[in-house]
Design a protein around this ligand. Structure first.
Ligand SMILES: Cc1cc2nc3c(=O)[nH]c(=O)nc-3n(C[C@H](O)[C@H](O)[C@H](O)COP(=O)(O)O)c2cc1C
Length: 176
């Protein structure tokens, strides 16, 4: 089976919830989390998030999780801020761009901006994403995102397994 890592950033909890759900649906998938070096709160924090997006800033972050380069694919789960990729995910992709395997992108949003986030990730890594999808915050909170996240996970697993047939060969019994 292909090795897949789900990396999320979340300011208000929705993306982490979706990332955990996806890992619980796909046996063996691992989780990593991006955190802001300086946590943000309240109105000032909100406007700092907007500024990140408008000015394409890369705020200081900490990453807690396994090394992405040890995996066949990484699923990035991030909120949309001001119709763009959230700043902390921009920081992560930018810092790790040389070491990222296949990249799949999941955006969680109120309703608009996911296409911009996918384009930005692809521009930073210099290649197309393996797969991308968007969920609304409401879908995640109500539980409706569960079906979509399972489909997304299944599709990515099939795609990666077809690209790495050696992982099947290693598991198959060898002829005597
Ligand atoms: C600063 C800020 C800007 C946002 N801008 C957008 C936006 O442009 N489009 C949108 O659909 N949702 C927008 N949202 C809503 C978030 O994308 C949505 O609430 C998401 O689920 C938050 O994920 P989180 O709970 O993991 O932080 C914005 C939220 C914040 C805090």
């Amino acid at each position: 089976m292909s090795r897949i890592l789900v990396v999320s950033f979340s300011w208000t909890g929705t993306c982490t919830r979706l990332a955990k759900l996806m890992c619980s649906q796909q046996p063996g998938w691992q989780l990593g989390e991006i955190r802001l070096e300086k946590p943000r709160k309240g109105q000032a924090g909100y406007w700092r998030c907007v500024l990140d997006s408008v000015l394409r800033l890369r705020p200081a972050i900490r990453y807690e999780g396994p090394f992405p380069r040890d995996f066949d694919a990484v699923v990035l789960v991030s909120p949309i801020w001001a119709f763009s990729l959230a700043g902390p995910m921009r920081s992560f992709v930018h810092t790790r761009r040389e070491h990222l395997p296949d990249v799949a992108v999941i955006s969680v949003m109120g309703g608009a901006g996911a296409a911009n986030a996918v384009r930005e990730v692809e521009r930073i890594i210099g290649r197309p994403s393996a797969l991308h999808a968007a969920f609304t915050m409401q879908d995640v909170e109500s539980g409706h995102a569960g079906i979509g996240s399972r489909r997304f996970g299944d599709a990515l697993r099939e795609l990666e397994d077809s690209k790495h047939p050696e992982s099947f060969a290693a598991l198959s019994p060898r002829p005597a």
